[in-house]
Ligand binder design. Structure first.
Ligand code: SF4
Length: 312
């Protein structure tokens, strides 16, 4: 009988490591006393859907965010609460609801073949974490189906740090081919596996800083490894799908040039309760609807709310 990964492979059990700022649609139950989403915002979103000038509207919205509230004992001492304006895209809540609706069948490749589906659920926890990291390393510039096939071949031989280090480079290359940049990945997998064996007892490190220091591991992989492997939401995992869609929907205050820049821009305003959901949601949306070259805008529920729709 397989046991669930002790430290949390289940996204539902993820815990947050950053400070809460606000809540969005679909977040968990509100704590007592929190304000609901203002009705005025919903009305504004509904009004916006009637408009056909989304580009003009897109960058204007701001909300007032109470960054600090004085305690009862401080009230009446003449101190005013500090109010810091936090930018947010005008229609993001409705856009998110629409994407969830479009993704409700969970039938995109990422839903069946993503990193959280590629490890052996019966392996010991640290082996599972290693397999998660390895599948993430294989997945860059590679379709989910190809990554899943390579993982299947590797797992058939018993996929552990030791087994990889005992496999010669040409055999490893044959096993992972045709993943993108497979020659480089053979080199990175060997180097990373040696470091994991020497410094981490065959496990993966539990911090983003240590993960990105490993050869062939980038920020997106590190945040996903933290989430899937350790059950910790350390940041938004931004790949090319998330980067592209965030820019098309106007979810960044200004156009961003790289996934890392997009991650920073999203984390500035997106409620942290939604951080763990965004990657899988947008990756699948990018695989099925908001395609890189020919997005299916006429069938997209966000057509009237999307600043990019008219220009594609
Ligand atoms: S309208 Fe087109 S560009 Fe905009 S989110 Fe939908 S598919 Fe993507």
């Amino acid at each position: 009988m397989c046991s669930p990964l002790e430290s949390g492979m289940n996204a539902l059990s993820m815990r947050m490591v950053t400070r809460s700022r606000s809540r969005g649609p679909g977040a968990g139950p509100r704590a007592g006393g929190e304000d609901p989403v203002p009705l005025g915002r919903r009305e504004a979103a509904a009004e916006g859907r009637k408009s056909h000038h989304p580009i003009k509207r897109q960058q204007k919205a701001q909300r007032l965010h109470v960054a600090y509230e004085s305690s009862d004992s401080e009230k009446g001492e003449g101190t005013e609460p500090l109010k810091v304006p936090i930018w947010e895209p005008q229609d993001w809540q409705q856009q998110l609801v629409n994407i969830r609706t479009m993704r409700s069948k969970k039938d995109a490749p990422v839903d069946q073949l993503g990193a959280e589906h590629c490890y052996d659920p019966c392996a010991p926890p640290k082996v599972r974490r290693y397999q998660v990291l390895l599948s993430l390393m294989l997945s860059s510039q590679t379709k989910d189906q190809v990554t899943a096939g390579a993982m299947q071949r590797l797992r058939a031989r018993g996929l552990t740090v030791d087994s990889i280090l005992q496999t010669d480079d040409s055999t490893l290359g044959e096993l992972i081919y045709p993943v993108g940049f497979w020659r480089n990945k053979v080199k990175y997998i060997k180097q990373t596996s040696a470091i994991l064996q020497q410094r981490y007892g065959g496990d993966i490190p539990a911090s983003v800083a240590e993960l990105v220091a490993l050869p062939g591991v980038g920020p997106k992989m590190a945040h996903l490894a933290m989430a899937v492997g350790w059950g910790i939401v350390s940041g938004i995992a931004v790949d090319t799908h998330v980067h592209r869609i965030a820019n098309r929907l106007g979810w960044t205050k200004k156009a961003t040039k790289s996934p890392e820049e997009t991650r920073g821009a999203l984390e500035e305003w997106l409620p942290r309760e939604l951080w763990s959901e965004i990657n899988g949601l947008l990756v699948g949306f990018g695989q099925q609807t908001c395609l890189p070259l020919h997005p299916r805008c006429p069938t997209c529920l966000n057509y009237a709310l999307c600043p990019a729709a008219q220009g594609l």
